[in-house]
Design a protein around this ligand. Structure first.
Ligand SMILES: N[C@@H](CCC(=O)N[C@@H](CS)C(=O)NCC(=O)O)C(=O)O
Length: 341
């Protein structure tokens, strides 16, 4: 374990100053045909941060499929902490109990309460799970899908976890009829992911974590071209693949719901806001208003996470006052005329 250099997304840089995301290391698929990871009630546990768009999409699919009684959930504090003080400089996700004394940022700024939507765990840090699972990459990210029986990480890649939750727990979930990844729309979703993932989902991070002007300029250009394209698609149809909600909608949504609140300021994505795109705004409102999704959108955690966890971007860990999108997201979405199945 000592050979592994613990690091965060802030350290994932190419020679040209661009942000380069490390691929997730644990990639097993729970299924009836897997030799050891079979679907079982109360065997798997999902670790998330409500700040993280990747983890929140997994939690949303868990709720939409009625898997809450089958797969447990733990929620970290939004402010990353030193995980091995005095031993190394890693900062990462930490568990706290609701009502614990407020925490400071990992470099000693501010005071951020331990609120009641934290769900504590016997582990102290997400890093502890990775070390138990024999990780060799040193990036201790959420989501983590943990196997309580074999005491290891099954998968830490959200785009795979959402597919497993959708399709591989059919005999255990309460809502087998919900299908966010139908066979007929798999190709269409893959084609959308090809430009939405690099330019929008990861694009906002490529803007925010760039350390030089050129990679930032390229990321911003790609981001707004892709947002314009998505706006065009959603002006003609209810969802990205037509009239049916799919995994791709949830993936896009989890970025859009953070955009005006955080990415405009913190990641310098300020060419336009989502509020300036009528169809992206209506789409974001509609998906936010799905109760199972809304309970996985905690705007306090979202704000607090980004503004208090990245020292080089926001050294004072001050949390900006506006705009407070929660109330706006509850307004009529105005998309009924587009129809849905
Ligand atoms: N490929 C992963 C990415 C997950 C990811 O990057 N999560 C971030 C939070 S938004 C994280 O936990 N980062 C840990 C760190 O930077 O130390 C997925 O989609 O599941």
């Amino acid at each position: 374990m000592t050979a592994v250099k613990a690091h965060t997304a802030m350290d994932e840089l190419g020679d040209d100053g661009a942000f380069v995301r490390t691929a997730a290391g644990f990639r097993e698929w729970i299924s009836d045909s897997h030799p050891s990871f079979k679907p079982e009630k109360d065997r798997y546990h999902l670790y998330v941060s409500w700040g993280c768009p990747w983890a929140s999409r997994c939690a949303a699919v868990r709720s939409l499929k009625g898997l809450e009684d089958v797969i447990g959930l733990s929620v970290v504090h939004p402010t990353m902490q030193e995980t091995r003080p005095g031993k190394d400089e890693h900062r990462g996700w930490a568990f706290k109990n609701p009502g614990d004394a407020p925490v400071k940022s990992a470099w000693g700024m501010g005071e951020f309460p331990c609120d009641d939507s934290l769900i504590p765990d016997t582990m102290r840090f997400i890093r502890d799970l990775y070390e138990k699972a024999g990780d060799t990459l040193g990036k201790y990210s959420v989501p983590v899908l943990w196997d309580k029986k074999l005491k290891t990480i099954v998968n830490n890649e959200s785009s795979e976890i959402v597919q497993m939750f959708n399709s591989n727990f059919q005999s255990l979930c309460a809502k087998p009829e919900v299908d966010l990844n139908p066979e007929t729309l798999k190709e269409a979703q893959a084609a959308l992911d090809e430009w939405i993932y690099p330019n929008i989902n990861n694009g906002v991070y490529r803007c925010g974590f760039a350390r030089k002007q050129k990679p930032y300029d390229e990321a911003v250009k790609g981001l707004y071209e892709a947002l314009d394209k998505a706006e065009g698609i959603l002006s003609k149809q209810r969802y990205l693949c037509g009239d049916k909600l799919t995994l791709m909608d949830l993936k896009l949504f989890m970025t859009l719901v953070r955009f005006d609140e955080v990415y405009v300021v913190h990641f310098k994505c300020n060419v336009k806001r989502i509020a300036d795109y009528p169809n992206l705004l209506g789409f974001t409102r509609e998906i936010f208003q799905i109760p199972e999704v809304q309970k996985c959108c905690n705007l306090w955690h979202i704000r607090t996470h980004y503004y208090t966890s990245h020292e080089t971007i926001n050294p004072m860990a001050l949390v900006p006052a506006g705009p407070g999108v929660e109330e706006d997201l509850k307004k009529p979405h105005g998309r009924d005329h587009l129809g849905k199945v």
